[in-house]
Design a protein around this ligand. Structure first.
Ligand code: CDP
Length: 229
């Protein structure tokens, strides 16, 4: 089997990371969550007074970028990938609605993207990876051998995010989450630097009515078609 790069892009909360993790595990690839990296930068900004009253101090963030180190390691028990910001596990902290409300503005800054894209390319050098995000198949790995573009209706996605937050023990508001999903879709698609769009050679996957198992089977089939060539 040939070692390849698998790029999974798509709208917020459509289950990209669940599917990317499951795929990586079943074919023994490394999984990288590029969204977690943008979330970690947003979280850093919140912790260090770079975001205040919804405003980002871009000059302060530009200077701080060289002090922000994001790494991933597998959780010993669950084997899931965990995000570290400057050596501290921030996996839970970066998933809050507050971080979701700031992240797309942070991710629209060209110097933030340039720094993270460089790190992401480094992660994919040896191939054998699944990376999910918004611009993986278009900008980070335009030569990825397998590209998937995932979508589902905004309501289905908001419901999934709601269930995920409930499972994490919080008490979210569905309407607030739906508004956030719609707002992030808009920001992600209309930003100037690598906006969210389907690469011409990406396969479209609408998973509104697909089970997690059905989806994994479909992904494994696509992977085999290419890796066996
Ligand atoms: O999990 P969810 O789909 O809600 O989002 P995520 O993958 O954690 O990404 C959070 C945000 O980071 C997105 O809404 C984008 O604004 C941004 N992002 C990006 O700009 N480029 C990427 N490659 C990944 C995420």
């Amino acid at each position: 089997m040939k070692k390849i790069v698998i790029a999974i892009d798509g709208f917020s909360s459509c289950g990209k990371s669940t599917m990317a993790k499951a795929l990586a595990r079943s074919i023994n690839y490394l999984y990288f969550d590029s969204g977690a990296m943008y979330r970690a930068v947003a979280f850093y900004c919140m912790q260090n007074g770079i975001i205040a009253n919804g405003e980002i101090d871009t000059e302060k963030l530009r200077t701080a970028m060289s002090d922000i180190k994001i790494t991933f390691a597998a959780d010993e028990e669950t084997k899931n990938s965990v995000t570290y910001l400057n050596g501290v596990n921030v996996e839970s902290e970066i998933r809050t609605l507050e971080v979701s409300q700031h992240v797309s503005r942070v991710a629209a800054l060209d110097f933030v993207r340039a720094a993270l894209i460089e790190q992401q390319r480094e992660m994919g050098k040896a191939k054998g990876i699944v990376m999910d995000g918004r611009d993986i198949g278009t900008t980070v790995f335009p030569d990825a051998e397998l590209k998937i573009f995932v979508t589902a209706s905004a309501e289905v996605r908001a419901r999934r995010r709601y269930d995920e937050l409930v499972a994490r023990g919080s008490n979210p508001d569905y309407q607030e989450i739906l508004a956030n999903v719609i707002e992030r879709d808009h920001l992600d698609q209309t930003r100037e630097v690598s906006p969210l769009r389907k690469a011409d050679d990406a396969l479209l996957l609408d998973n509104s009515n697909m089970t997690i198992e059905g989806q994994l089977q479909w992904l494994c089939e696509q992977y085999k078609k290419i890796a066996e060539q």
